[in-house]
Design a protein around this ligand. Structure first.
Ligand SMILES: [Zn+2]
Length: 144
């Protein structure tokens, strides 16, 4: 059965880097209090994983990747898109948090590898917190 098409999370892939980051984040009261709302989960189900991942990459490229991102430190809303929430939960919300938690220095553009890593962290967090989405309406994934 293709669980992706049903909107449910695909089988988790073991990722040692994510596992150790998750452990560090779990020790932060601020980072670990973030939860997806039912509205967020409905958005995820409706959007589907491939488009959600593309949206996450666009958000990272637009808001984090420049050497001097606009409004750095305040560029990530607390709600409005599941990716924003995941950014706060995983300390990928601004260049200050990327420096402190992920060892990525500020003042230079993010590399493609860093962008890909951040997107994979965001998707890992969202998959873990979305749970079973089979109760939400799903729309066929449209081409980008
Ligand atoms: Zn931040």
């Amino acid at each position: 059965m293709d669980r992706d098409a049903s909107g449910a999370s695909p089988a988790p892939r073991p990722d040692p880097a994510w596992t150790s980051l998750r452990e560090r984040l779990g020790r932060s009261v601020f980072r670990s209090r973030f939860r997806l709302s039912d509205a967020d989960r409905a958005t995820i189900a409706r959007t589907g994983w491939p488009i959600l991942e593309a949206q996450a990459e666009k958000i990272v490229r637009d808001r984090l990747a420049p050497a001097q991102p606009r409004n750095d430190g305040r560029q990530t809303p607390m709600r409005g898109h599941p990716v924003f929430l995941a950014q706060h939960a995983t300390a990928t919300c601004c260049r200050g948090c990327l420096a402190k938690w992920h060892g990525i220095p500020p003042g230079r553009p993010l590399t493609d590898a860093e962008i890909a890593r951040i997107v994979s962290i965001l998707l890992a967090w969202i998959r873990e917190h979305a749970g079973d989405l089979s109760g939400f309406p799903v729309q066929q994934t449209l081409p980008l």
